[in-house]
Design a protein around this ligand. Structure first.
Ligand SMILES: C[S@@+](CC[C@H](N)C(=O)[O-])C[C@H]1O[C@@H](n2cnc3c(N)ncnc32)[C@H](O)[C@@H]1O
Length: 283
């Protein structure tokens, strides 16, 4: 019977690391193009070069990075350490028929958000204009452009490294007639009164951008995909209240169409997305 990749990795490292550490080797990993990202416990750090080499060989990767601190700051930059292979870790990752140029040392890519990227890919249609307030490398913008073919997507991104990949990914996926990349703070650069739909794929005080989102909607009417982290006990009242408060001066009402948990964030707190329809008030 053939061994699983993890068993092969353990076997290969048997003679290189203490026996009692073998079970601490990472059983899960993230493969982005030909770059592998793993997490290592502190006790294995001194063996990281050997570990990197074995993981790379068995999982057929060109470089191995260790995720040391997750994703930080408003640019959503990874804290990461290179342990094996080529130093330039720019790569091409394929998901759901989309090609993403990215560098896991410079920008985040969460496999945990794959289901949502797929759901969003067919959410629009050729009559819509969309504003993506947090486009990143095109996580939502590119799948929507490829599969829903809306009239236009204005894709705002503040991080220069992510913006460079966004422009590359627009060309790579042949959606330059649909997507217009805009570099800067979406609060300042987002177009106004133009969109049928606004994508807010970010969780770091996303509520501070709700006014920008409503201003981006044509006549302040349309759909908002609102992401943030919330206490599981306050769903969906808490985000709906937040949105209604911002809608009041516009004389608009927020209706919840659907909501999904994307992933757990901390005990009792999860990353959610809310599909919210902003409508005129019925008199
Ligand atoms: C990393 S993405 C979120 C990931 C995505 N939801 C997924 O499927 O994996 C969020 C992006 O928003 C960008 N961003 C943060 N604040 C911004 C702002 N004020 N204006 C424009 N972009 C911003 C960050 O630089 C980052 O690239």
């Amino acid at each position: 019977m053939s061994l699983t990749p993890f068993k092969l990795i353990q076997k290969e490292l048997e003679t290189m690391i203490p026996k009692e550490e073998l079970n601490l080797l990472p059983k899960k990993w993230e493969k982005l193009g030909d770059i592998l990202v793993i997490k290592l416990p502190a006790s294995l750090e001194s063996f990281s070069d050997k570990i990197g080499e074995v993981y790379a060989n068995i999982l057929a990767c060109d470089a191995v990075l260790v995720d040391t601190g997750g994703i930080i700051g408003r640019f959503r930059e990874p804290e990461i350490k290179h342990i094996f292979g080529r130093k330039n870790t720019e790569t091409m990752h394929h998901e759901n028929g989309i090609s993403f140029h990215l560098d896991p040392q410079k920008i985040m890519y969460s496999s945990g958000n794959m289901k949502e990227r797929k759901r969003m890919s067919t959410i629009s249609n050729p009559s819509e204009t969309i504003v993506d307030l947090f486009a990143g490398i095109g996580y939502f913008t590119i799948p929507i452009a490829v599969y829903s073919k809306p009239k236009k997507i204005f894709a705002c991104e503040i991080n220069p490294a992510a913006f460079r990949f966004l422009k590359k990914n627009i060309l790579e996926n042949n959606v330059e007639n649909i997507v217009e990349p805009l570099h800067g703070d979406s609060k300042q650069i987002s177009p106004k009164e133009i969109a049928d739909r606004v994508v807010m794929g970010y969780f770091h005080e996303t509520s501070l951008f709700l006014e920008t989102a409503i201003n981006a909607l044509k006549d302040h009417i349309g759909i908002i995909h609102y992401h943030d982290t919330f206490s599981d006990k306050k769903i969906p009242e808490s985000p709906l209240d937040q949105i209604q408060t911002i809608c009041n001066p516009f004389d608009r009402v927020a209706y919840l169409l659907s909501h999904y948990k994307i992933k757990s964030y901390a005990p009792g707190i999860s990353h959610y997305v809310f599909d919210i329809e902003i409508k005129e008030r019925d008199n």
